[in-house]
Design a protein around this ligand. Structure first.
Ligand code: PLP
Length: 337
């Protein structure tokens, strides 16, 4: 199967599996797992934070970050399209008694800082307490500008708010900018990073921050059931990913652009290759029924996830030949219709 639904579908390579097999392990709840410790140290070092925490998922990394920054009755400001607002089961509210204050995202994924400022609550018993601004980078494949991140940080300083980065795909942003990830994470008090997306590990995310924050988050991770035992086998995949799969994200970005360029030539589809920044291509169409297209492609061994807008994602298990096959399949479907 060629799978363009997400970059979460990657299969661990043989070399990654070998690294997992030979990983030294220990009980990580006792902080005894050398592989987990190594991964956490590596990630902290790369991103310029004091400390890191290995978590089973990005959702849990974001949740325990929100619960560590905010108490019951506090709020975080985020984008209306933020993953930690719409795609995480409302965990902050459900489990943390923390309220979200969403602000609509602008076309480039950023937020109108005038609106952010206006949404920060004053100290008044009617209001929740605003504690945190949470940004996402990349957001829907788009890279946030340094200007925007710096201005948001200045606003956070002005109101004594903390800053969290949902950096599930922050390495895609860093590779796109041609900069170390620490250039992005420098604006934030904490950041989450997914190992199991474009980086190609089977499981796991990292939460980064200063030692005090990470200690607090470690407690919440345990509460949320994320204290894992011999997790070093999973951490070894993460170490392998950080060592081998970061720079190659540039290939995914080139492939996404290659895909968008090919789809732009299909008159029934509405695609703008100039908008493709990282590994996602968004396709609209008035004529093509994406649900029927997905069914047809599946019969040809190609997976896509249909929606009102079709999101196609490139990753380490699809190359230019796979993309040619996808484009040919889409053309066949449109022709037969
Ligand atoms: C995937 C994703 C997450 C959550 O990661 P899971 O490991 O799937 O829980 C968080 N934020 C963003 C932006 C994501 O894309």
């Amino acid at each position: 199967m060629l799978d363009f639904r997400s970059d979460t579908v990657t299969q661990p390579s043989n070399a990654m599996r070998q690294a997992m097999l030979s990983a030294p392990v220990g009980d990580d709840v006792y902080e005894d797992d050398p592989s987990v410790n190594k991964l956490q140290e590596m990630a902290a070092e790369m991103s310029g934070f004091d400390a890191a925490l290995f978590t089973p998922s990005g959702t849990q990394a974001n949740l325990i970050a929100l619960m560590s920054h905010c108490e019951r009755g506090d709020e975080y400001i985020c984008g209306q399209q933020a993953h930690n607002y719409i795609y995480e089961g409302g965990g902050a509210a459900v489990l943390g008694s923390v309220q979200a204050q969403p602000i609509e995202n602008l076309a480039d994924g950023s937020l109108d800082l005038t609106k952010v400022r206006a949404s920060i609550k004053s100290d008044d018993i009617h209001f929740v307490k605003t504690k945190l601004i949470s940004l996402e980078n990349t957001i829907n494949g788009k890279v946030l500008s340094h200007d925007f991140m710096a201005q948001t940080q200045a606003l956070a300083f002005e109101y004594n708010l903390r800053m969290h980065l949902d950096g599930a795909r922050a390495f895609n942003a860093a590779v796109k900018l041609g900069e170390p990830i620490s250039n992005i994470t420098q604006y934030f008090d904490s950041a989450s990073i997914c190992l199991s997306k474009g980086l190609g590990a089977p499981v796991g995310s990292l939460l980064l921050g200063d030692s005090k924050f990470i200690n607090k988050a470690k407690r919440w991770r345990k509460t949320c059931g994320g204290g894992m035992r011999q997790a070093g086998m999973l951490a070894a995949a993460g170490i392998f990913a950080l060592e081998h799969n970061v720079e190659r994200l540039a290939d995914d970005h080139l492939n996404a652009r290659y895909l968008a360029d090919a789809l732009e030539n299909i008159s029934e589809l509405d695609v703008n290759p100039a908008l493709v920044q990282t590994n996602m291509v968004f396709v609209k169409s008035k004529q093509v029924d994406f649900l029927a297209l997905a069914e047809y492609l599946k019969s040809q061994g190609i997976l896509i996830s249909p929606g009102k807008v079709l999101r196609l994602v490139t990753h380490l298990n699809v190359d230019k030949t796979s993309i040619d096959t996808l484009v040919a399949g889409i053309k066949d479907f449109i022709k037969e219709k």
